[in-house]
Design a protein around this ligand. Structure first.
Ligand code: ADP
Ligand code: TYD
Length: 225
């Protein structure tokens, strides 16, 4: 999407369940709000819109059986709605958009985890998202076993409270290993967009590193040298 100099800035967070994405997104959002006020728009996938939240319920409910290609289609339906309603208008107004997961998750989970491959995901991205790419993707990569353990502990604490969002968490270790490997492959393929963050440090250290990266990229984007 080429919106020229007036275009806002699009940041996505990626990583396995339990990688610390949501924790870091919240902290970055607070920092951005203190620096840039109401220029900040926060969203997530799946979800982020009314239609998206209904799709999210369907996708994450462990009682639903969804064929891999149907799952793929639903992820893109959700994304298309979020782009139309939230992301594209905000970027056109010059805002900074921060999104919890985007197409890299589809490539990692459906392409890698479900073994549908990257090609179909990238083709759908082009057709459905008009090729919209984040300006910066923060990929949180703690040690593989550690993210699984964190996600399990967190889900254990949440068990029985709120909606059932466990469908993916029930997958086995081999599934998450394929997701992890695909995230690493994406980072190698697109090193200027995707910044890998060592997720094994403590929460504040990771936050400080993220702020440093974001500050630098925003400066380059809004005040090109
Ligand atoms: P995600 O959104 O990637 O699934 P969360 O941000 O919800 O991950 O974090 C999963 C769990 O791990 C939470 O209980 C969170 O408090 C904890 N956590 C997050 N970051 C760290 C970290 N750097 N070190 C230790 N625990 C962490
Ligand atoms: P999320 O709410 O970010 O979960 P978590 O906080 O545990 O990381 O995402 C929900 C689940 O949806 C997560 O297991 C990853 C999965 N997902 C896909 O499989 N494909 C996608 O395109 C997206 C956006 C998410």
């Amino acid at each position: 999407m080429s919106l020229g100099m007036t275009r806002g800035f699009f940041i996505t967070f990626e990583g396995l369940d339990g990688s610390g994405k949501s924790t870091q997104l919240r902290k970055l959002a607070d920092w951005l709000k203190s620096e840039h006020g109401d220029r900040i728009v926060i969203t997530r996938q799946p979800g982020g819109t009314e239609v998206g939240n209904r799709i999210r319920e369907l996708l994450l409910d462990s009682r639903t059986q969804i064929a891999p290609r149907a799952e793929l289609g639903l992820m893109f339906s959700d994304r298309a709605q979020c782009i139309a309603e939230v992301i594209a208008p905000a970027l056109a107004e010059g805002k900074i958009v921060v999104c919890d997961r985007f197409t890299d998750s589809t490539e990692a989970y459906q392409g890698g985890g479900r073994e549908l491959g990257s090609d179909v995901v990238l083709e759908l991205h082009k057709a459905i998202c008009g090729g919209l790419q984040p300006d910066l993707t923060l990929l949180l990569l703690p040690d593989f076993a550690r993210s699984l353990e964190r996600a399990r502990r967190r889900n254990g604490r949440k068990a029985g409270r709120g909606p059932d969002e466990n469908r993916f968490e029930r997958e086995d270790e081999a599934f998450f290993r394929r997701v992890f490997d695909k995230f690493c492959e994406i980072a190698r393929r697109e090193p200027s967009r995707v910044v890998v963050i060592d997720g094994d440090q403590d929460i504040q250290q990771i936050h400080d590193r993220i702020v440093e990266i974001v500050k630098d990229r925003l400066k380059g984007h809004f005040h090109p040298r």
